[in-house]
Ligand binder design. Structure first.
Ligand code: DAT
Ligand code: MG
Length: 151
């Protein structure tokens, strides 16, 4: 198995709307393995680091204010293809365009409140995991269901 890890975060709107269990359930049922999780209120400076790639976009300031406006559920999920497939579970950035069946398609309406973040590639996954988690916050364990999920 080619295991990968990705950074997934439920943004303040998803937490406030009570969607934590609904979102976690989708990753869990798929067969992905949770290896780290914590609830944090990021500072604005931290939010700016997280979204540094978007610093020249007009919505950058509002986006960083929003991300730092309340608790964020930060997670690391592991599995074969989890970076790409995690983005698939999440759906398109703009919920008006996300397909039904995806997290944003089913649970959000506008781009500025699209409830969840997921790393968009191996490099960003690595960087975002390192930004949000200390090494000793990441667990290493064999899931009991692994042999049934992967064969
Ligand atoms: P994604 O979160 O799907 O990776 P992104 O990295 O392009 O999308 O943008 C990060 C977040 O910024 C996105 O989840 C919501 C916000 N955003 C993106 N485009 C926007 C826009 N045109 N107006 C307002 N917010 C936007
Ligand atoms: Mg992105």
């Amino acid at each position: 198995i080619l295991m990968e890890r990705t950074f997934i975060a439920i943004k303040p709107d998803g937490v406030q709307r009570g969607l934590i269990s609904e979102i976690i359930e989708r990753f869990e049922r798929k067969g992905f393995k949770l290896v780290a999780i914590k609830l944090v209120v990021p500072s604005k400076t931290f939010a700016q680091k997280h979204y540094h790639d978007l610093k020249d976009r007009p919505f950058f300031n509002g986006l960083c204010n929003f991300l730092s406006s309340g608790p964020v559920l930060a997670m690391v999920w592991e599995g074969e293809g989890v970076i790409t497939y995690g983005r698939k579970l999440i759906g398109a950035t703009d919920p008006h365009k996300s397909e039904p069946g995806t997290i944003r398609g089913d649970l959000a309406i506008v781009v500025g409140r699209n409830i969840i973040h997921g790393s968009d590639g191996p490099e960003t996954a690595k960087n975002e995991i390192n930004l949000w988690f200390k090494p000793d916050e990441l667990t290493n364990y064999t899931s009991n269901q692994e042999k049934w999920t992967y064969g």
